[in-house]
Design a protein around this ligand. Structure first.
Ligand code: NAP
Length: 342
C-alpha cells in the first residue's frame, strides 16, 4: 500500500486530493496547523481516515518531522498563502510559505526520503504579464506581477534545481485557476456563486461579510473589482487528478494544467446568475477599490503536453462548475432563510 503526505490538506485541493488517494487505497498523511485542524475545514470529514501530523511549513523542523513520520512514497506540496490579491499586504509571509517552505521540504526529502516522488504546486500566476504569447505552456517564460507569483517562481526554479542537482524526483504542476464548492468565500468565484445564491433566495443583505466587514451582498448588490479580467477557470477535482497522474510518470517533468478556455469575470457573473434565472447586471457592480494594483494579462493554458503524455482531460465544463458552486451556496443559505435568520 502506497503512502502519501499532503501539505495543505485542510485546503480545497488538499482535501480533494486526499479523497482521491484514499479511494486509490493510499495511506494518507496530512501536515496541518493544529489550530486549523481543530476548526471546520475542507478536510474535517476525513478525520479518522487520514493521519494528521501537526506542523507549520515555515518551520523546517516540522517538515522534516512530517517526512520522517509519514515515510511517504509520494509527497504533494500544496500548502500556500494562496490569495494573490492579498499577497501585497502579506508579502513576507507569502515568501516564507510559498517560497522558502518548498526548499525546506526538498531538503527534508533529500536527507530523509530521497526516493520519494514530490509534486510541487506551481501556479499560472507565475506567467503574469505576457507580451506576445496567446497561450502559456511549459516553455513560456515567467513575468510575475504580485508577491504570490514571485514567491511561486522562486520555489518553481528551486524545484528544478533540486531535481537536477540531487537527482530527486520533483515535479511542478503549473496549474491554472481551479474552483469548486470548497472554495472559501473570500475567493472571487465563490463570491459570485454566493451573490447568485442570494439573488435566487431574495437575500438583500447577506449574513456573510467581506474583507471590509460589510455584507458580501448589500442592498441586493455584490461589489466586485475589474469585470474585464479573464481567467482560464477549471474544476478542482479534475486538477487534483492531474496532480496524481503527474507523479505516476516514469521521469519527473513539469506540466501545465488548464482547460485552454478563457472566460471574463463578466461571463462568470452571467453564468452564475443565469443558472438561477437572475439578471447579473442588476445585482453586480464594479468597485475600483477592489481592483488589484497590477493584474496579470489574459493568461490561458496550452495543456497539450498533459493531454498528450498524461492523457489528462477536464471533465466538467465552466457552466456546470459554476452551476454546482451556486447550488452549493443555495444549500448553505436556504436553512437560514427558512428559519428566518436572514
Ligand atoms: P487553499 O485552499 O488556500 O489551501 C492552502 C492550504 O495551505 C491550507 O490547507 C492552509 O492551511 C495551508 N497553509 C497555509 N499556510 C500554511 C503554513 N504556514 N503551514 C501549513 N499549512 C499552511 O489553496 P488551494 O486552492 O487548495 O491550492 C493548493 C495549492 O495549489 C496552493 O499551493 C496554491 O497556491 C496552488 N494553486 C492553486 C490554484 C487554484 O486555483 N486553486 C491555482 C494554481 C496554484 P490553513 O487551513 O492552516 O490555512
Amino acid at each position: 500500500m502506497k503512502r502519501a503526505l499532503i501539505t495543505g490538506i485542510t485546503g480545497q485541493d488538499g482535501s480533494l486530493l486526499a479523497e482521491l488517494l484514499l479511494d486509490k487505497g493510499y495511506t494518507v498523511f496530512g501536515l496541518a496547523r493544529q489550530e486549523s485542524w481543530y476548526r471546520p475545514n475542507c478536510a474535517s470529514h476525513l478525520a479518522g481516515k487520514v493521519e494528521i501530523i501537526f506542523g507549520d511549513v515555515t518551520e523546517g523542523v516540522d517538515i522534516a518531522n512530517a517526512v520522517q513520520e509519514a515515510a511517504p512514497d509520494e509527497i504533494y506540496n500544496l500548502a500556500s498563502q494562496s490569495r494573490p490579491g492579498e499577497s501585497w499586504a502579506r508579502a513576507p509571509e507569502t515568501l516564507m510559505v510559498n517560497g522558502l517552505a518548498a526548499i525546506r521540504l526538498f531538503e527534508a526529502v533529500r536527507h530523509n526520503r530521497p526516493a520519494a516522488r514530490v509534486y510541487h504546486a506551481s501556479s499560472s500566476e507565475m506567467f503574469g504579464r505576457q507580451c506576445g504569447s496567446d497561450r502559456q505552456d511549459e516553455n513560456t517564460s515567467f513575468n510575475p506581477v504580485n508577491p504570490y507569483a514571485a514567491a511561486k517562481v522562486y520555489a518553481h526554479h528551486m524545484a528544478s534545481i533540486y531535481r537536477d542537482s540531487y537527482k530527486l524526483y520533483i515535479t511542478s504542476g503549473i496549474l491554472f485557476n481551479h474552483e469548486s464548492e470548497r472554495r472559501p468565500l473570500h475567493f472571487l468565484t465563490q463570491k459570485v456563486a454566493y451573490g447568485a445564491a442570494c439573488a435566487s433566495l431574495g437575500i438583500v443583505n447577506s449574513p456573510d461579510r467581506n474583507e471590509r466587514g460589510r455584507p458580501i451582498v448589500e442592498g441586493g448588490r455584490l461589489a466586485l473589482g475589474n469585470l474585464e479580467i479573464a481567467r482560464d477557470w477549471g474544476y478542482a477535482p479534475d486538477f487534483v487528478r492531474a496532480m496524481w497522474m503527474i507523479l505516476q510518470q516514469e521521469e519527473p517533468e513539469d506540466f501545465v494544467i488548464g482547460t485552454g478556455q478563457l472566460h471574463t469575470l463578466k461571463q462568470l457573473c452571467e453564468a452564475a446568475y443565469q443558472s438561477v434565472g437572475c439578471d447579473w447586471q442588476r445585482c453586480v457592480f464594479s468597485d475600483p477599490v477592489l481592483f488589484r494594483p497590477l493584474e496579470p494579462g489574459h493568461i490561458l493554458a496550452d495543456p497539450s503536453k498533459a493531454m498528450d503524455l498524461l492523457g489528462w482531460r477536464p471533465t466538467v465544463s465552466f457552466e456546470e462548475m459554476v452551476r454546482r458552486m451556486v447550488q452549493a451556496q443555495i444549500a448553505h443559505l436556504r436553512p437560514l432563510v427558512d428559519s428566518g435568520d436572514v
